[in-house]
Design a protein around this ligand. Sequence first.
Ligand code: ZN
Length: 152
Amino acid sequence: MLDEVYQEVILDHYKRPRCQGVLINPDCKVDLHNPLCGDQISLTVKFSGDAISQIAFAGHGCSISQATASIMSELLLGKTKVEARRLSSLFRRMIKSQEEGASLQDLGDALALEGVKRHSARIKCALLAWDCVDRALSEEGAGGSLRDQLPE
Ligand code: ZN
């Protein structure tokens, strides 16, 4: 389905997930599922000032959904909220074929998921973890850019 090299990255994260677990006393906990595929992800996040100091996911589902959660958690650990929002937006633009090339380099291992854009049935699988983090950031991030876009 996906290019071979990229498939290795995805399988590696699927078989040896990073940041797996549930944080005690998280600042945010978001549970989402993707009924189309049966994927479930529970994301817990702790913030320290403006940065993601701890992040962990638990869940089950297809390799795309679980590998994405692992890749995303590793990528966002230590990032500021602003940077995390930027990377989430960048990932969405990649998956929706709105952006490609050098501007995607900041996505690191998440670039391995670019091939998903050619398989529309799997796009929701790849976005589930990012939907969790977006919600965590918007709930937590008063004064942040997402909040600013909402009408009062
Ligand atoms: Zn799935």
